[in-house]
Design a protein around this ligand. Structure first.
Ligand code: FAD
Ligand code: 2HG
Ligand code: ZN
Length: 485
């Protein structure tokens, strides 16, 4: 039986004249205009496309998808193109159309009683957060890429970020969706309900589907009260085991006021301060690891300070923190956050790297890092582990950079040639610790086959049936999430 993905039978390239006529300036076909849409943020995937469509309404999105269905052209939805798994880059067949949601930017409604906001898919995350802020509310999803990534992309990847510990992933923050289906119909699912048990949860199927089931055009999202006060601090610790002890203390001392708990190895700070010299090390003495923590208090500044001081006292008594710094102004808080948020860019500036986006049960993180570091360093001498991420969620960016004297272009191919072997050691360890090989970045092209390797046949078959049911022509972002065939 032909798979969903193989049904987009190759024929001659369709003429885009009718699309060009309808969309005029909103259809890009010149190679120079297409170029930025055909490569991913990490510059690991390069694709080709017939055109880039930039519709500015849901009806126009539906018209583009209908045209693609009629001509058996693959649709590659794209938001801010900040994804880490190559999911928004078309393949190199040249038979895809990139569907950019960047012009769908409306804020349709804010309801401060229902505590919800309805926005169109192309709003950047920063714009959604600002719109919520203007209404005196908090939209808590927060990622280092929030100035460029879109809410449609956040939902399509079920993004995580730095506030999951308190507020959950994008999925938990989504109440309703508007979606253009693979045959170009519009599903009006923008419900602002906290409770709705009326059958299969279609919203949750589209969230995290990486554009392989339909196009998200708008979403209704949960809002929260803004905190009365926030405290940002950094603690220097010996290792991830000590960081976990600090996490346990923090959770028992401040409970759900703990909104971020991020881990970074010393190499992360070294790379950030090297490539962004305006940023300084926060401690006179380097430590092997650092924790960036944030407390959001709903009462007052005074209450926040008292709670935080009590926590720090317990941490020092228990000997889990070598040293701590506390931000005493907004500028200092932003400076501490910048050290964390610039790690990806700093690592990219040192040359190509091998990424892992893993999660294991939180209590296993220390053992995972210790054992897997030892295995990798023994097998691939000189590699540099750039370990950072969302410790409070059990999610680490367990990234590998080449030895310091092999970061140049000359050694790039040799280093990237190690990727399958390095992935194998790491992902086998993740599975042994009952974890996931993609915690928040999705599968895209990068982890598609790795995921298929570790999932059971039953799970793969169920996923294929969902794909077949919602996208029978196999035109939605083919080659992503599920291996062809
Ligand atoms: P794109 O990259 O454009 O697309 C990603 C996927 O979503 C593709 O499969 C695409 O087809 C699909 N898609 C996009 N829009 C739609 C739509 N409207 N309908 C259907 N499908 C769609 N991610 C995290 O989870 N946590 C982090 O902390 C984090 N930090 C980052 C830091 C940096 C510096 C960078 C560069 C990236 C980071 N990311 C992080 C990854 C990335 O920002 C997220 O995956 C983000 O959600 C992608 O949004 P986007 O709009 O850029 O999507
Ligand atoms: C982050 O948490 C992002 O900063 C990016 O998820 C992670 O670069 C990475 O591997
Ligand atoms: Zn992350």
């Amino acid at each position: 039986m032909a798979s969903a993905e193989s049904r987009a039978a190759p024929t001659a390239l369709p003429d885009t004249a009718s699309l060009r006529q309808r969309f005029r300036g909103r259809l890009l076909t010149e190679p120079a205009d297409l170029e930025p849409f055909l490569v991913d943020w990490r510059r690991r995937y390069f694709g080709r496309a017939i055109a880039v469509a930039m519709p500015d309404s849901t009806d126009e999105v539906a018209a583009v998808v209908r045209w693609c269905a009629e001509h058996r052209v693959a649709v590659v939805p794209q938001g801010g193109n900040t994804g880490m798994s190559g999911a928004a880059t078309p393949d190199d067949s040249g038979r895809s159309l990139v569907l950019s949601l960047a012009r769908l930017k409306g804020v349709r409604a804010v309801d401060t009683v229902n505590n919800s906001i309805t926005v169109e898919a192309g709003c950047t995350l920063a714009e959604v957060r600002a719109a919520a802020g203007s209404a005196g509310r908090l939209f808590p999803l927060s990622l280092p890429s929030e100035g460029s990534c879109t809410i449609g992309g956040n939902l399509a990847t079920n993004a995580g970020g730095v506030a999951v510990l308190r507020y959950g992933n994008a999925r938990e923050l989504c109440l309703g969706l508007e979606v253009v289906t693979a045959d170009g119909e519009i599903w009006h699912g923008l419900r602002g309900l906290r409770k709705d048990n009326t059958g299969y949860d279609l919203r949750d199927l589209f969230v995290g589907s990486e554009g392989t089931l339909g196009v998200i055009t708008a979403a209704t999202l949960k809002l929260y009260p803004q905190p009365a006060a926030q405290i940002t601090a950094m603690a220097a610790v010996d290792d991830p085991h000590a960081a976990l002890r600090l996490l346990e203390l923090a959770q028992s001392a401040v409970g759900s006021s703990l909104t971020a708990f991020e881990l970074m190895s010393d190499l992360c700070i070294e790379l950030v301060t090297k490539h962004f010299p305006d940023h300084r090390r926060p401690f006179a003495q380097p430590a092997p690891y650092y924790v960036l923590l944030e407390i959001s208090d709903s009462e007052s500044e005074q209450h926040a300070n008292a709670t935080f001081e009590a926590l720090m006292e317990r941490a020092h008594e228990a000997g889990v923190a070598r040293d701590t710094v506390v931000a005493t102004s907004g500028a200092q808080s932003r400076a501490l956050w910048a050290l964390r948020e610039l790690v990806s860019e700093a690592q990219a500036l040192t040359g190509k790297n091998i990424k892992h986006d893993i999660s294991v049960p939180i209590s296993s993180i220390g053992d995972f890092v210790e054992r897997t570091n030892a295995q990798l360093e023994q097998r691939f001498p000189g590699i540099r582990m750039v370990v950072f991420g969302h410790l409070g969620d059990g999610n680490l960016h367990y990234n590998v950079s080449p030895p310091a004297d092999r970061c140049d272009r000359e050694h790039e191919a040799e280093f990237l040639g190690l990727q399958p072997a390095i992935n194998r050691v790491t992902h086998d360890a993740v599975v042994a610790f009952e974890g996931s090989i993609s915690a928040e970045h999705g599968l895209g092209q990068l982890r598609r086959d790795e995921s298929a390797r570790y999932k059971s046949q039953v799970e793969m078959a169920l996923m294929r049936r969902v794909k077949q049911a919602l996208d029978p022509l196999g035109i939605m972002n083919p080659g992503k999430v599920l291996p062809p065939g």
